[in-house]
Write a protein that binds this ligand. Structure first.
Ligand code: KIV
Length: 257
């Protein structure tokens, strides 16, 4: 593994050469573990709302909460690029998007991610013009889950397919260095991957993307509530953790007072 630091350019240059492995990190110890494993792209995802903060979905996460977790991850100084999610309602206008992105950069993020394609193009262009690297996110958009009434696979009909292709192209042209495709049908994800010259990073979108991203606790089997269908952890580490904690507690109970 190369010892040099990753940049948006090195991530982008992997397209067609080397699959991009990306994982979420919400705190210092996980960032250290991902660094030890040589993960090139760390995302401080707003999934931290459910995974760490116990919210029902990502729409409750604030910019201050994101900045707090970005600071913890950045303190680990990983060689992988640290990207951070702009949370719900923090990028309603180009001005607000730049201001919010700067807050995350000040906290230690090296790139920001936001959900949407042509609908947020002025915001993307403003972020890129401010010199902040931008990662797109298309397909199932978790910040729209309340509005849409659930987590649904995207790209199932012609209208969705065409919209996804146009959104991905628009993000590439606006200067995004990559795009996450979440729960997009594998055929459409493969088509986008062939069409655009920026890397696609899939989650539940088949094997043909240029990279894959996972919520790390899903990979390790430590997510609090459920493990999504697109990942089968080698082992449910949470069961082992509960066993270790119970073993320690039971050992303590056996000691004489
Ligand atoms: O918030 C997050 O963790 C994400 C990934 C699922 C891509 O956006």
């Amino acid at each position: 593994m190369s010892k040099s630091r990753e940049t948006p350019q090195t991530i982008r240059q992997r397209k067609g050469h080397e699959p991009i492995a990306a994982l979420t990190a919400y705190d210092f110890p996980m960032a250290k573990l991902l660094d030890a494993a040589g993960v090139p792209l760390l995302l401080v995802g707003d999934s931290l709302g459910m995974v760490v903060l116990g919210y029902p979905d990502t729409t409750h996460v604030t910019l201050e909460e994101m900045a707090h977790h970005v600071r913890a991850v950045a303190r680990a100084k990983p060689r992988g690029l640290v990207a951070a999610d702009l949370p719900f309602e923090s990028y309603e206008t180009p001005e607000q998007a730049v201001e919010s992105a700067k807050r995350l950069v000040d906290a230690g993020a090296e790139a920001v991610k936001a959900e949407g394609g042509r609908a947020i193009l002025p915001q993307v262009e403003a972020i890129v013009a401010a010199g902040i690297p931008f990662l797109g996110h298309l397909g199932m958009l978790p910040q729209s889950v309340v509005e849409e009434g659930g987590y649904r696979i995207k790209g199932r009909d012609d209208e969705q397919r065409e919209a996804l292709l146009a959104d991905a192209q628009a993000l590439g042209q606006a200067g995004a260095f990559g795009v996450v495709l979440e729960l997009v049908t594998p055929t459409v994800a493969a088509e986008i991957t062939r069409l655009v010259d920026i890397p696609t990073i899939g989650i539940g979108s088949g094997k043909q993307c240029d990279g894959q991203i996972l919520v790390t606790t899903d990979l390790l089997g430590t997510s609090p509530d459920f493990i999504p269908r697109h990942i089968r952890p080698e082992e449910l580490l949470r069961d082992r953790m509960v066993g270790m904690i119970r073993g320690w507690k039971d050992g303590l109970a056996k000691r004489k007072p």
